[in-house]
Design a protein around this ligand. Structure first.
Ligand code: UDP
Length: 455
């Protein structure tokens, strides 16, 4: 593995407290290993619990990523322990997902939902709880893959204490996010510092798109080693099926035009842009057009405020009777919604990857998305959908109109969209790439520990 030319010289003295199981394992033989000889690795996702329902409060793409990657890696022979913060008193401490894959909830701060911007103060407790868990189980994880900047902070603490390979996936970059908000939260400065430290002092950053890599280099640091491995989708669940059957099962009519949004209620997601665009669609029989909004929980939760605002807007714009708020939908039924839709719209102001785009395309549904971040990587304009500058209501309306009116063209887009995801974005493929990366990192750390740290 070649390190970037600008790899920093990190002079920290290496500690050599790897467990015997690590040094005795031949990493190239992994896939064939029996459960008893599985190599343990830790995925850390402090605020994105891989075992919770997705689509409500702050649970979204990161939770899906950690769970799917964890399960895919376990299938390849690793023992994957996914660490998260226990956020409700009645949650079980350990959830078994599949052989070799479990979620472990650590107590750090009160066992209740805490918005992510207020979580930083509890991270030292998280580190201590992680260490205690290792001691209790008699394990020392030689490789830790952290998710989002708060987990990166935890990972950097662990790296100071023991010889681990530290891999990181950002999921969102403060340097971009803060450009899209009016008021930076008080934690912003710390976040930016941690995001730079993990790139420069971690062992590898996994960037999920070439666009994210560009942002890392231009906005965060020229230093640090990065590999691009995209996010994926479950192509056995999300695939092309009969649109009429899907509509029947969901109670939609065959002759309706269905415009779909799937995701969290968060102003950054740009649902307002979509609602305004839908209200000005030019298509003649707009009485048969439906806007279906999937996601969100009840008004008392953190995302309830944005949902109320959007509901009110649909009333002001006179489209409330053509808008359906479907609420949170699990991945078992989501493929029906994607399949039933004529177009899936992703109007985000900023989107590091955008799992919804690949899920929709996997089901053969063309996407109209903001021309930002990972959406520029996954959606190919004119081939699998259309890209529009963020927040441009007229542009979104024109793009949606085009897709609703040109039948022949959209048939082609449907086929191409599904094929693109099958070829490039399966979780199995993503898991295999990560597994390969982990093996190389671990093998090199054992054979050339000094090189990995200081070359
Ligand atoms: N999602 C879901 N049910 C819902 C709404 C969303 O399962 O009701 C899932 C969606 O299928 C996707 C994830 O939440 O897998 C959203 O990921 P994305 O990367 O699009 O956005 P993020 O939440 O990370 O900003």
């Amino acid at each position: 593995m070649s390190k970037s030319n600008n790899q920093p010289l990190v002079s920290t003295i290496l500690q050599t407290n790897l467990q015997p199981t690590v040094s005795q394992t031949k990493f190239s033989d992994f896939a064939a290993s029996s459960p008893r000889s599985r190599q343990s690795i830790a995925l850390i996702s402090v605020h994105g619990d891989p075992a919770v329902e997705i689509g409500r409060e702050e649970a979204g793409g990161q939770n899906v990523y950690v769970r799917e990657v964890g399960e895919a890696l376990a299938k390849l022979g690793w023992q994957v322990d996914m660490f998260t913060r226990k956020s409700h008193a009645d949650q079980p401490k350990i959830v078994h997902h599949a052989p070799g894959c479990r979620t472990i909830r650590l107590t750090a701060g009160p066992e209740e939902f805490i918005a992510r911007d207020n979580l930083f103060q509890y991270l030292p407790e998280f580190v201590e709880a992680f260490q205690k868990f290792q001691t209790k189980e008699g394990t020392n994880y030689p490789l830790v893959h952290t998710n989002y900047w708060m987990s990166a902070w935890v990972g950097l603490q662990l790296k100071q204490r023991s010889n681990i390979q530290l891999i990181h996936t950002y999921h969102s970059l403060g340097a971009i996010k803060y450009k899209t908000v009016d008021h930076k939260p008080p934690i912003a400065h710390t976040r930016l510092q941690v995001e730079q430290a993990i790139l420069e002092s971690g062992d590898c950053v996994v960037s999920t798109s070439p666009q994210e890599l560009e942002h890392l280099r231009s906005l965060v640091s020229q230093d640090g080693y990065v590999e691009i491995i995209p996010c994926g989708t479950d192509i056995e669940r999300f695939h092309r099926q009969s649109r009429n059957d899907a509509r029947q099962q969901l109670g939609f009519k065959a002759d309706e035009s269905i415009v779909l949004y799937v995701g969290r209620f968060d102003p950054r997601k740009g649902i307002e842009t979509l609602v305004r665009a839908f209200a000005q669609l030019q298509t003649a029989d707009n009485i048969h057009q439906k806007l279906v909004i999937v996601g969100g929980s009840d008004p008392n939760n953190i995302d309830g405020q944005e949902r109320c605002r959007i509901e009110q807007l649909t009333q002001e714009l006179g489209i409330a009777d053509r808008t359906i708020f479907a609420g949170q939908i699990g991945h078992d039924r989501l493929p029906l919604y994607y399949t039933a839709a004529d177009v899936c719209v992703i109007p985000s102001h900023y989107e590091p990857f955008g799992l919804v785009a690949v899920e929709a395309m996997a089901c053969g549904t063309p996407v109209v998305a903001s021309d930002v971040g990972g959406l520029k990587f996954t959606v190919i304009p004119e081939e699998t959908g259309l890209l529009v500058p963020p927040q441009e209501v007229d542009g979104f309306a024109a793009a949606i109109d085009r897709l609703l009116t040109d039948d022949l063209w959209t048939q082609k887009l449907r086929r191409q969209a599904a094929a693109r995801v099958q070829q490039n974005f399966s979780w199995a493929g993503v898991g295999a790439q990560l597994s390969n990366l982990y093996r190389r990192m671990l093998a090199q750390s054992l054979s050339h520990p000094a090189l990995i740290k200081a070359s």
